[in-house]
Design a protein around this ligand. Structure first.
Ligand code: GLC
Length: 438
C-alpha cells in the first residue's frame, strides 16, 4: 500500500484520488465576446452592451453528449461545469433570477443537459459556482467589479446588502444540489478578502467568508450532498487545494501543519478559461501529457479546461488537444488511474517520472526523453519481477547489478537495474515502462 497519507477531510475523496483526471468546462455569455471570461470587468463593459450577449445567446450546436464522449475518450473521469461564472449568468433554470439561459434564445436548461450526458457516459458530475457576481443587484461593487470606476454606481451600491446576496447563493446552491441528482464536486470560486482597490480606491475591500457566509453555505451543501467534494476557495478549508495556472513541483502540503493534502491542479489548453478566439498560446501535445504525468507523479489530480464556443461546440483546437489525451490514455491510463507518487525509496532517473499503483505492486516509468539502448536506475536492482512497455505489452529485458556485455567498462553496482530498450521509441509521445515489482 502507498505510504502517503493525506489530511482527513469531510468529503468522499476516495474516488477522486483514484480517478485523477477531469474536465473543467467554462461556458457562459463570455463565449460570445470570445476574449476571456473576465471580459466584462477587464473592459468595464456597460450593462447595456453586455445585455446584447444575453439577448443573442443561442448555442444551437450544443450537444452535451458529444462533449461527454470526448471527455471520456480523453480518459477524463469527471467534469466540473460552470453553472454560473463571475458575470452572474446562470446556465440553469433558476427560480431566483431572470438572468438565466432559459430566458435567452437558448431556451433550455444547459446544466441539465450536461448532467444527463456526462452521467450517461459514466463520468462523475461537478458544479462550479462563482461566489463573485457582477450582475446581482445586492452584490456590493468592489475593485474587481465592472462598475468600479463609476462613482454614481458605487455610491448607490452602498445600499447593497451582501447578506441578501449570500442568501441568494444558498438558494441557488440548494437548487443545484437538489434538482440534479448526486453531485460529486462543488467548486466555489473565489475569495479575495485581503485585496484592496488601487490608488485612490485603496479603501475598497475584497470579499471572503464573512461576505459569502461560507460556514452556512458549506453546512447547507453538506446537508444536501453529504459526500460532495468541496474546494477551498470559500476561505474555509474543505477537501481539496486547487493550484491554478502553475504546476506544483512536489506534493502539496498544508501550510500550517505540513500534512499532505488532496490537491487538483486546474489548467487550460490555452491562456484563457472561457473561449478566446484569438488567443494563441495553445499548449503542445508533449506539454499536455507531461502536465498530467507530472501531476500524478506528485500525488495530484489534473482538471483540464475546455472553453466551448457560444454556439455550443468545442473549437477544433480544443478537440485536437483532447485527442492528444485520448491517444495517449488509450494505452497508458493504467499508469494514471489508481496511481500516485512512487514510494520515497524510488527515485526517478534523469528525464523520467515515476508513478506507482496505490497497492504498490506496479511502478511506471514515464520517459520524457527516450534514451539510447539502456535505462539505468539505481535502487531498483533485484526488485523487479517483470518489465514491459505499457503501450503494447511487449517484454523488456532487464538485468540486475550490471550492464550486460559491457561489464568491464562499468563497475558492477549493487541495486542497479538496467532495462534494455529498442533503438526506436514507441509511437507515442511519452512511452511508459511498466515494472511488476517482486
Ligand atoms: C479563477 C478565475 C477564473 C477561473 C478559475 C478557475 O480564479 O477567476 O476565471 O474560473 O480561476 O480556476
Amino acid at each position: 500500500m502507498s505510504s502517503y497519507v493525506t489530511k482527513k477531510t469531510p468529503g468522499d475523496t476516495a474516488w477522486f484520488t483514484r480517478d485523477r483526471f477531469g474536465m473543467f468546462i467554462h461556458w457562459g455569455l463570455y463565449a460570445m465576446p470570445a476574449r476571456h471570461e473576465w471580459i466584462k470587468t477587464r473592459e468595464m463593459i456597460s450593462e447595456e452592451h453586455y445585455d446584447k450577449y444575453f439577448k443573442y445567446f443561442n448555442p444551437d450546436l450544443y450537444d452535451a453528449r458529444d462533449w461527454a464522449r470526448q471527455a471520456k475518450a480523453a480518459g477524463m473521469k469527471y467534469a466540473v461545469f460552470t453553472t454560473k461564472h463571475h458575470e452572474g449568468f446562470c446556465m440553469w433554470d433558476s427560480a431566483y433570477t431572470d438572468y438565466k439561459c432559459t430566458n435567452t434564445p437558448a431556451g433550455r436548461d444547459l446544466v441539465r443537459e450536461y448532467v444527463d450526458a456526462f452521467r450517461a457516459e459514466g463520468l462523475r458530475v461537478g458544479f462550479y459556482y462563482s461566489l463573485i457576481d457582477w450582475h446581482h443587484p445586492e452584490f456590493p461593487i468592489d475593485m474587481l467589479h465592472p462598475r468600479r470606476e463609476d462613482a454614481d454606481a458605487y455610491e448607490q451600491s452602498k445600499d447593497r446588502d451582501v447578506k441578501k446576496y449570500a442568501e441568494y447563493m444558498r438558494n441557488q446552491v440548494t437548487e443545484l444540489l437538489t434538482n440534479y441528482g448526486k453531485i460529486d464536486i462543488l467548486w466555489f470560486d473565489f475569495s479575495y478578502s485581503g485585496d484592496k482597490g488601487k490608488g485612490d480606491k485603496s479603501w475598497m475591500k475584497g470579499k471572503g467568508k464573512d461576505d459569502w457566509e461560507s460556514e452556512k453555505l458549506i453546512a447547507l451543501a453538506r446537508e444536501l450532498q453529504p459526500g460532495v467534494i468541496i474546494d477551498n476557495r470559500t476561505e474555509i478549508e474543505q477537501d481539496i487545494f486547487t493550484p491554478e495556472q502553475f504546476q506544483p513541483v512536489e506534493w502539496v502540503r498544508h501550510k500550517e501543519t505540513g500534512e499532505l493534502v488532496n490537491w487538483e491542479a486546474c489548467q487550460t489548453f490555452s491562456g484563457s478559461w472561457g473561449y478566446y478566439r484569438d488567443e494563441q498560446t495553445w499548449k503542445s501535445p508533449e506539454m499536455l501529457i507531461r502536465m498530467l504525468v507530472n501531476t500524478v507523479a506528485i500525488g495530484g489530480n489534473l482538471l483540464m479546461n475546455v472553453g466551448p464556443t457560444s454556439r455550443g461546440y468545442l473549437d477544433y483546437r480544443a478537440e485536437e488537444a483532447l485527442k492528444v489525451y485520448a491517444d495517449w490514455m488509450k494505452y497508458h491510463s493504467r499508469a494514471i488511474y489508481g496511481c500516485t507518487q512512487a514510494e520515497p525509496e524510488f527515485t526517478a532517473p534523469a528525464d523520467c517520472r515515476f508513478t506507482q499503483s496505490a497497492d504498490g505492486k506496479r511502478l511506471y516509468i514515464h520517459l520524457f526523453a527516450y534514451p539510447f539502448a539502456h535505462l539505468q536506475i539505481p535502487g531498483l536492482g533485484g526488485k523487479v519481477d517483470y518489465a514491459q512497455f505499457l503501450n503494447d505489452g511487449s517484454e523488456l529485458r532487464f538485468s540486475d547489478g550490471k550492464l550486460e556485455h559491457f561489464g568491464e567498462a562499468l563497475p558492477e553496482q549493487e541495486n542497479l537495474l538496467v532495462i534494455y530498450l529498442p533503438p526506436v521509441k514507441p509511437n507515442t509521445i511519452v512511452p511508459v515502462i511498466e515494472l511488476f515489482l517482486k
